[in-house]
Design a protein. Structure first.
Lengths: 299, 242, 625
């Protein structure tokens, strides 16, 4: 591949991810509003929020690590997006694969954890301890899903996974071939999004939004950007593994947004679980589903 | 809903910021976004709090105006004080206000914040909120209905968009005035864990009235609050535990 | 004729009296660091591709006893001398002065370190079963010197260690006796040649005894109880050296005897119930449990040294797993993890001991906020924990990735999931370590402390460079790993500078690292150029629901850090974990009725001895019959 073409892809992929992510945030807020019979925010509200936060006059920092944590949180996702193939652009997806992507998406979380740690606020530390526990909870079903998908397609290369599904049409999609794993993946997706019922680590009324407690201005703005990437990465990864990736941009975006509708709707209809119940929930049903799915993949 | 004039020196408020067109467009955009994205920290001290849920939820839906509730002072733009402020509460309100990031706006809801309302004769209640911090907007009434709250918020949005909601600058430029009122109420040893004077210097908000007799009193007993900077301090022959 | 290997061994031997002589002065200690550099240079001069023979040899009961070093031993020897050199440099300056004044015997410390290196070199260069056994016993006893030095808790841990070590040594000796009885020779080649024709009974006995003996050193389950305290309470250089490499001698033994001499084809003959369970399958699960359970034990520790010690046990499980899977990717991953673990574990232990050096404690509930006072140590620990947790771009990720890939490709999804569970547990645990030490609120009594001295930070930071460079360009190490794989008769891994090239999913860390730092760059540009100017505030200017924070009241979350998780899994520690442990113990061969008592007894080490005696009796009966 020509280097200029590669450079263009590496620039465009995070940019597209951010813009699509903004609309995913909007969709999330709109769905929440409609479920509560409200009108909801205007079209560009996610952008207004981010611009305002970056433009705040006072930016309260607790030290270098607080700042670098946000840089890591945003930068880690910028890097991760180039490993996630989209229609017409593969970036460096061939150099990594799904296991690398799984671990690369932990870098932003680590960055956030470092930044929060330096804030010296116990609410934030409690939030991080709960967030990491939640990660332990949802990643176990998720790696079962990853293992099943990798075994089914015989590769950890996401480009090949997409190519195999598109070559065979809808009956070779991961969701058709491995419905149990797809279902388990949906559970894990709910956890990954960090929304209700698995958002005890934010718990505004109890620990004052946990990790975000000392984040104001561009620090919070950075986390809003991270949220856009987070939604995008989770849904696109799911589309790549189970829904045949994107043949073209229209179907790709349609699938990506559609994947999020169910978890978001669930999020706004349920209260939150306590940490230990998050663990029970995510270690029980999706794991059982995933293991059954693995049996079918293996046989 | 009545608006109290806030004594604001306006040297920088209407000044065209930045020379080139690019930064002017950027400033315009920021100002617009500030008016369309407001995070509220509601300090619900009294009965007025009951009017906020209808304003937020499906009946009046503040989110369509870009206004959403937030939890910690760092995240918030608006400090919404709904009701009487006792002396003990006021200390927390002031700390919360000082911890918020500028530009920040204060809205006093209910008569109690205007003049003490039905607690006018109470020895333990602060009467006029704008003695202790610059209030951008009062929404009077006992209690004001959600329509009034929404209308007040819209008025604040208009003020922000027009670049007129600059009460927060007054707090830094005339800190001595506000600190004087605070000291009158809380005593001479009053100090928050925040450092307003250093902040006003850092952000070019230092005015002729930032310092005065009251800040001099503060600085006599103030515990130093410099940030803990990263320190290498490498000396090879350091004694253990020194 | 004195060869290169003899030069190396002589240099290591000569350095022991030198250590005892020179360890008390600062310049003397730097001279000893130079002695390690000389040994390292001599080692590099050995050709790793072909076996180097030693001139030293003698006859024992008709067996020629000699020493030679092949690529596998060379790879382990590089790590051994490297770890010792860095540990010696770390302690050479202020650390030794302060601890020498406090009563630590520096002569014993430095001599003990050098004795350990010599013993390990002898083990790694063993040319037959007799020299293997000599090296094994020397290594076991040499470790005791370093463990005993600290006194106090260390004494109890060392005594427990030595019971395990004797048991392990006796088991290895039993294996040796049976080999002699079955093969009629103690040469490596003889076993290798005879293995295909041996009956499964004899092969079982030989394989099981050697693997059990070596597993004790590796602290594989169920022999994992001794290691963490024994290594953790040793003085700083001893702890960092032991934690980095000492336990890996067991892995060397298993790779040598089980993979090279007995061979994969013969190992696969060893099945239990009608081919359902075989020895390798059993060992993979032992390895996986060794990777998981100690990790979750580590998470509960409040002493930073113990936390790292337990992780050392857990990471050994990964290495064993990789070596036992023994395909080209998995075994390379397992062997590469030995190097990677040695580097980041050394950093982490050095960082923890630097904190102890300044604050006098490793109690995770009595620290916090040190990042502003010891930023370089923080940086070192950060890089170390990214390595230990196995996240990109540090080297721990590469070796773990290779093991994951091998498990998925070989069709072991459950093992893959289990290893990832261990990794996730590690992420949680190391964040607790970093947070409780360096993040959060700085305590009043620590406001005046300083960064650790250069003599301690520079070795840490140099190792950080190693961790980062071998993470971004794992090909640098993989070439030696590939040679080691060939030396034990496995297919060598196909590597490129940036990692692995494979049709079913590659890894190019050069790209991953570059893109990650490019991402950080973009993040930094967004953050610093577009956002407004930030202002640093004091840690007491903090949200507390309107409360006024003061320095005398702690505002920190550290104790029982993962309260929610522990609420869920604490019953498992008491129940299932110990049930698993006792089940594995019963598999050891002691009577199943004794197994339950194993944990209820005050001194489980005694039961290991009983178990070993039973095995020994059986062995002798077998050998004589």
């Amino acid at each position: 591949m020509h280097w200029a073409e590669l450079l263009a892809e590496l620039t465009l992929m995070p940019l597209v991810a951010f813009i699509v992510g903004l609309f995913m945030v909007l969709m999330m807020r709109k769905i929440g509003a409609r479920l509560q019979r409200r009108i909801g925010p205007p079209l560009l509200q996610p952008l207004y929020d981010i611009v305002k936060l970056f433009g705040k006059h006072t930016q309260t920092s607790h030290g270098l690590l607080h700042e670098f944590g946000i840089v890591m949180a945003v930068g880690g996702y910028v890097a991760a997006e180039t490993l996630l193939p989209v229609p017409g652009m593969n970036g460096i997806a061939e150099k990594g694969g799904m296991i690398t992507l799984l671990y690369l998406t932990m870098i932003p979380s680590l960055g956030l954890a470092l930044g929060v740690g330096q804030c010296a606020n116990p609410n934030g530390s409690i939030g991080i301890s709960r967030a990491l526990t939640a990660m332990l909870a949802y990643d176990i079903p998720f790696v079962i899903v990853i293992a099943g998908v990798a075994m089914h397609f015989g590769t950890t290369n996401l480009v090949d996974v997409v190519a195999q599904q598109q070559a065979g049409g809808i009956e070779t999609w991961g969701a058709t071939q491995m419905p149990l794993l797809a279902l388990a993946g949906l559970f894990a997706l709910q956890g990954m999004l960090g929304k209700q019922p698995f958002e005890i680590y934010v718990a505004p009324a109890e620990i004052a939004t946990g990790p975000m407690v000392e984040m104001g201005g561009k620090f919070l703005g950075g986390l809003f950007v991270m949220q856009c990437f987070q939604l995008y990465t989770a849904s696109v990864l799911y589309v790549t593994l189970f829904l045949g990736g994107g043949e073209n941009w229209v179907s790709f975006l349609a699938k990506s947004f559609a994947v999020l509708v169910l978890p978001i709707s669930v999020a706004f209809l349920f209260p939150r679980y306590r940490t230990e119940d998050v663990l029970t929930m995510l270690w029980k049903w999706p794991v059982i589903l995933g293991l059954l799915g693995l049996v079918f993949v293996g046989s | 809903m009545q608006q109290f004039p806030v004594k604001v020196e306006q040297p920088s408020a209407n000044k065209p910021t930045g020379g080139n067109i690019f930064s002017r467009v950027f400033d315009e955009l920021t100002t617009f976004c500030r008016s369309r994205s407001l995070f509220i920290l509601h300090y619900c001290t009294g009965c007025g709090a009951i009017e906020l849920p209808p304003a937020m939820t499906s009946r009046f839906d503040m989110e369509r105006l870009g206004i959403s509730p937030m939890v910690s002072p760092r995240q918030a733009d608006i400090l919404l004080i709904t009701g009487y402020v006792s002396v003990k509460t006021l200390k927390r309100v002031i700390l919360t206000y000082e911890q918020m990031g500028s530009p920040k706006y204060v809205i006093g809801i209910c008569s109690c914040t205007v003049n003490g309302g039905m607690y006018w004769q109470s020895y333990a209640t602060a009467k006029k909120l704008n003695d202790y911090m610059p209030v951008d907007l009062y929404i009077a009434g006992c209690m004001p209905r959600p329509e009034a709250v929404i209308a007040g918020l819209r008025q604040l949005m208009d003020k922000i968009a027009a670049g007129e909601a600059n009460g927060w600058q007054d707090y830094y430029r005339r800190y001595d005035y506000y600190l004087g009122h605070q000291q009158r109420l809380f005593g001479e040893t009053w100090q928050t864990p925040t450092d307003v004077i250093a902040e006003s210097k850092h952000y070019d908000l230092f005015g002729g009235d930032t310092l005065g007799a009251h800040t001099a009193l503060l600085q006599q007993h103030q515990k130093p609050l410099e940030a803990l900077e990263m320190r290498l301090g490498l000396t090879d022959r350091q004694e253990k535990g020194s | 004729m004195i060869g290169a290997l003899d030069m190396l061994l002589l240099a290591a031997l000569a350095a022991i009296p030198l250590s005892a002589l020179f360890a008390t002065t600062r310049s003397g200690r730097w001279l000893l660091v130079a002695a390690y550099a000389v040994q390292f240079g001599l080692l590099i001069m050995l050709q790793p591709a072909t076996a180097a023979h030693s001139a030293l040899s003698f006859q024992l009961l008709g067996n020629a006893v000699g020493w030679q070093m092949d690529a596998l031993g060379w790879y382990f020897a590089v790590i051994t001398i490297g770890s010792a050199g860095f540990a010696a440099a770390y302690a050479a300056g202020e650390w030794s002065e302060v601890n020498g004044r406090l009563g630590l015997s520096l002569r014993w410390l430095y001599a003990g370190l050098q004795i350990n290196v010599l013993a390990m070199l002898l083990l790694l260069a063993s040319g037959d079963f007799v020299s293997l056994f000599i090296g094994w016993e020397l290594t076991s006893w040499a470790g005791l010197i370093l463990m005993l030095l600290a006194g106090g808790d260390a004494i109890r841990a060392s005594l427990r260690y030595i019971v395990y070590a004797i048991a392990g040594g006796m088991t290895v000796f039993a294996g040796l006796v049976i080999t002699q009885a079955a093969v009629g020779s103690l040469q490596f080649d003889a076993l290798h040649a005879a293995a295909p024709s041996l009956g499964t009974g004899r092969l079982w006995a030989i394989a099981l005894l050697f693997i059990l003996g070596f597993s004790v050193k590796m602290a594989s389950m169920p022999f994992h109880l001794w290691q963490a305290p024994a290594y953790a309470y040793s003085p700083a250089p001893g702890s960092s050296f032991l934690g980095s490499i000492s336990a890996r001698m067991g892995l060397f033994g298993i790779a040598l005897v089980a993979i090279k001499l007995i061979g994969l084809a013969q190992l696969d003959r060893l099945s239990l119930v009608t081919d359902l369970v075989d020895l390798r399958g059993l060992l993979t699960w032992v390895a996986v449990f060794t990777a998981i359970l100690p990790t979750f034990v580590a998470m509960r520790q409040n002493d930073a040294r113990l936390l790292l010690g337990w992780h050392g046990v857990g990471q050994g499980g990964y290495m064993l797993l990789g070596v036992i899977i023994a395909d080209r990717l998995g075994s390379a991953g397992g062997l590469l993890h030995v190097f990677n673990h040695a580097t980041y574990q050394a950093i982490l232990l050095m960082a923890v001991f630097a904190v102890i050096h300044r604050t006098g404690t490793a109690d995770l509930n009595r620290l916090g906020g040190l990042v502003t006072r010891m930023p370089l140590t923080f940086l070192a620990m950060l890089i170390g924990i990214i390595g230990l947790a196995g996240l990109p771009p540090m080297n721990g990720f590469v070796s773990k990735w290779m093991i994951y890939r091998a498990l998925i490709v070989d069709g072991h999804p459950l093992l893959f999931v289990a290893t990832v569970i261990s990794t996730l547990g590690t992420v949680l645990s190391v964040y607790k370590l970093l947070h409780n030490t360096f993040l959060g609120q700085l305590r009043l009594e620590h406001e005046q402390i300083h960064e650790a001295p250069w003599s301690m930070t520079v070795p840490m930071l140099l190792l950080c460079v190693v961790v980062f460079v071998t993470g971004a360009a794992p090909g640098l190490v993989l070439q030696y790993v590939a040679a080691a794989q060939q030396a034990i008769g496995l297919e060598p891994v196909r590597y490129i500078l940036g990692g692995i090239e494979s049709p079913t999913g590659s890894l190019d860390m050069l790209w991953i690292t570059a893109i990650l730092f490019a991402g950080f760059g973009i993040g930094a540009v967004l953050f610093y150029l577009i956002g407004g100017r930030s202002r640093r505030v004091h840690q007491l200017d903090n949200y507390a629901g309107g409360h006024f924070l003061t320095a005398d009241v702690r505002y920190q979350y550290s104790d029982n850090f993962y309260a929610g998780l522990m609420h869920r899994i604490r019953p498992w520690y008491r129940g299932s974990f110990e049930w698993t442990e006792s089940a594995l113990v019963s598999a050891l061969g002691a009577a199943s009725t004794l197994a339950r008592g194993f944990f209820e007894q005050a001194n489980p080490a005694q039961w290991v001895l009983v178990g070993t005696t039973v095995i020994m009796t059986w062995v002798m009966w077998y050998a004589l019959g």
